[in-house]
Design a binder for this molecule. Structure first.
Ligand code: SF4
Length: 382
C-alpha cells in the first residue's frame, strides 16, 4: 500500500531566526537542536552571538571559528536571513526610510534620522498597524495586523546597519547611536517582544546600544509602565499632546481608559527617573487645538516636579487629515514659556517629510491609499 502525504494540510514551520533570541534563548535553542551539550552551551552561544550581533553575518559559513560540521547543523536547524527590503527611500535631509517585509502581509516601516541623539537615531516599529487611533497619527488609520516578534524588531536595526555600513559594531564614531520605539504601534501592547529586543540590542558584545540610549514611547498604557522600567531600564517617553482629559480623550483616545491623573502618577513612579534619566514628553503642535500660551502653562502645571524634557513636534500632515500644523511663531512662543520655566523644550525640526518618514506619518505604503479613502468614506457617512 502506498501512502500519499497531503502537504497542503501539513503546516511547514519556518526555521527559527537566531537574531531574535536572547542569550538565554540562544543557549536553550542550541541545546534543544543538539548543536552542543548543555555544559558547552554558554561558550557556543557566546561564539555564535558575536557573529550575529557584533559582525552582523547572515550566513553560518562565515563563522570561521565554528567547525564546518557544526556550521552545517546550524544551517539545517536555523536561519539568519534578513527580511526583504521592499523599498528604500532617502530624504533630501538625509533621513532614510525602509519598507521591510518580514512575512506575507507583514510590512514594517523603519526610519533613520541623522544628527539626532548622539549621532543618529533609528525609529523602530513594534506592531504592524495600531489599535489606538490617535487622531493626529497616520499609523492610527491602519488597523492592527499583529505584534512584531523580537526577531522582526531586531531585524529593523540590522537592516539599518547593513545600509549604514556599521558591521562589525563600531566602538566609536557610530552613525546609529540611539533607538527610539516611536514607529508604528504601541510598544507596551507588545512588551514581551520589545523587552527581548532591548536585551539583544543593548548587549555589550553585540549591537551594544546602551539602555540609556534606547527610548520607549507609550501613549499611556498605565498598568504596563512600571513593568517597562523594571524589565528594560530604558528611557521613557510619553505621547502626551494635551494637558486636560477632554482634549486628550479626543487626541489620544486611550486617555478615556487611563486618564491623566493615573498617567502622571505612573510617570512619577517610573523606576530610575532622575535628572540624569528624564522622561520625554512628546507634544504635537496642532493649530488652534493645543498650542495656546494657556496650554503651555497648563503643561508646566501638569508636569511639575518631574525631571523632564518636552519635544515639541510640528504636526506633519498626511493625506486625509483635518489637522494643521501650528504657525512657527506660535510654536516658538509655546517653547519660550517652557524654556523660561527651566525645561528643555526643543522644537523638533521636521525630518523626512518628503518621503512621509516624519513623526506620525508612518504607514506601510500598501495601506496608505486604502485607509485614507476609508476614513473619508466613514466621515462622509457620519
Ligand atoms: S501615535 Fe502611536 S499609539 Fe497613537 S495611533 Fe499612532 S502609532 Fe498608535
Amino acid at each position: 500500500m502506498s501512502l500519499t502525504l497531503d502537504l497542503s494540510r501539513t503546516p511547514i514551520a519556518a526555521p527559527v531566526n537566531l537574531s531574535g533570541l536572547t542569550r538565554e534563548g540562544l543557549r536553550a535553542a542550541l541545546v534543544e537542536a543538539g548543536i552542543c551539550p548543555p555544559e558547552k552551551a554558554k561558550m557556543r552561544a557566546s561564539q555564535v552571538w558575536g557573529w550575529i550581533h557584533h559582525y552582523g553575518v547572515t550566513d553560518f559559513a562565515a563563522m570561521t571559528n565554528v567547525a564546518k560540521d557544526t556550521q552545517a547543523r546550524l544551517a539545517a536547524a536555523f536561519t539568519l536571513a534578513r527580511p526583504e527590503v521592499v523599498e528604500r527611500q532617502v530624504s533630501n535631509d538625509g533621513t532614510r526610510k525602509w519598507l521591510i517585509r518580514t512575512a506575507l502581509g507583514i510590512e514594517i516601516e523603519t526610519v533613520y534620522i541623522p544628527d539626532v541623539g548622539r549621532a543618529g537615531a533609528l525609529c523602530v516599529s513594534s506592531q504592524v498597524g495600531c489599535t489606538l487611533n490617535c487622531t493626529f497619527c497616520h499609523t492610527g488609520t491602519q488597523k492592527l495586523v499583529r505584534n512584531l516578534t523580537a526577531a522582526e524588531i531586531v531585524a529593523q536595526v540590522q537592516v539599518a546597519r547593513d545600509d549604514l555600513g556599521e558591521w562589525p559594531s563600531p566602538k566609536e564614531d557610530r552613525r546609529l547611536s540611539n533607538i527610539v520605539f516611536m514607529g508604528m504601534g504601541e510598544p507596551l501592547y507588545n512588551l514581551d517582544h520589545v523587552a527581548d529586543a532591548v536585551d539583544i540590542i543593548a548587549d555589550n558584545e553585540g549591537i551594544a546600544i546602551s539602555r540609556r540610549r534606547i527610548t520607549v514611547s507609550t501613549s499611556g498604557v498605565v498598568p504596563m509602565i512600571p513593568e517597562l522600567g523594571e524589565r528594560t531600564q530604558t528611557m521613557l517617553a510619553i505621547s502626551l499632546h494635551a494637558t486636560n482629559d477632554p482634549l486628550r480623550d479626543v487626541l489620544v483616545p486611550l486617555n478615556k481608559k487611563y486618564p491623566l491623573d493615573q498617567l502622571m502618577a505612573a510617570i512619577r513612579a517610573y523606576p530610575g527617573l532622575s535628572n540624569a534619566r528624564r522622561v520625554t514628553f512628546e507634544y504635537v503642535m496642532l493649530k488652534g487645538v493645543n498650542d495656546s500660551p494657556e496650554e503651555a502653562r497648563a503643561l508646566l502645571n501638569l508636569i511639575k516636579g518631574i525631571p523632564a524634557k518636552i519635544n515639541l513636534i510640528p504636526f506633519n500632515p498626511w493625506p486625509g487629515t483635518d489637522y494643521q500644523c501650528s504657525d512657527w511663531k506660535t510654536i516658538e512662543r509655546f517653547a519660550a514659556i517652557l524654556n523660561k520655566a527651566g525645561y528643555a523644550s526643543p522644537i523638533r525640526t521636521p525630518r523626512g517629510r518628503d518621503i512621509l518618514a516624519a513623526c506620525g506619518q508612518l504607514k506601510s505604503e500598501s495601506e496608505k491609499v486604502r485607509a485614507s479613502a476609508l476614513r473619508k468614506a466613514e466621515r462622509a457617512a457620519a
